[in-house]
Design a protein. Structure first.
Length: 193
């Protein structure tokens, strides 16, 4: 009887370990994920006060083992008080992105992301109220690290970008930039369905 109980326990333990091995971390074709980032900052020095808030949700779908396509939207507001002048800047961005994952089915993966975005920025300082619309193309590297089967942390930084801005007051502008430093890092949490 003792051998039978020990054998049953061993079989159940082996089955549980085997079942854990069958669950995979990482991404596969057909996976859907949502991710996003948010930020809040508040600072003051004397009469000068600045506060900002941003939220950036996104959704993606794996069309193949390595390629995902998706959509994103973001909102950012910045308020500055400088003695007699109060300034509010509100930015709304909407766009699409595509990613190529080099090792999508593993716990740690490197990806390259291409994005195209439309952006509208409203600036108001009490005397001037202006809106600037524009488009941007970006290419940036990133990494994702799965904490378990459904949750991952991701980071993307720097960018090779081209942007155009068309203000309702003033001249249009074009901007090309390259930057792979860590001054422009975006951290986010991913949930895979």
């Amino acid at each position: 009887m003792k051998k039978l109980i020990l054998t049953a326990i061993a079989v159940l333990a082996f089955s549980a370990v085997q079942a854990q091995d069958e669950t995979t971390e990482g991404f596969t074709k057909g996976d859907v994920f949502i991710s996003g980032s948010f930020g809040f900052n508040s600072s003051s020095t004397g009469d000068d006060k600045t506060s900002s808030f941003s939220v950036s949700p996104r959704v993606g779908y794996f069309v193949s083992e390595n390629i995902t396509v998706g959509a994103r939207i973001s909102y950012q507001t910045i308020s500055q008080e400088n003695g007699a002048i109060d300034t509010d800047t509100n930015t709304i961005t909407a766009g699409a992105f595509g990613r190529y994952y080099f090792t999508p089915a593993s716990k740690f993966s490197i990806f390259g992301e291409f994005g195209i975005d439309y952006q509208s920025i409203n600036f108001d300082n009490g005397t001037t109220d202006s809106t600037t619309d524009g488009f941007a193309l970006t290419l940036r590297p990133g990494v994702s690290y799965f904490l378990n089967n459904n949750f991952a942390l991701e980071a993307a930084w720097g960018a090779l970008s081209y942007a155009t801005a068309n203000p309702d007051q003033g001249e249009s502008s074009d901007n090309f930039s390259i930057g792979l430093n860590l001054d422009n890092i975006n951290l986010g949490l991913v949930y895979k369905f």
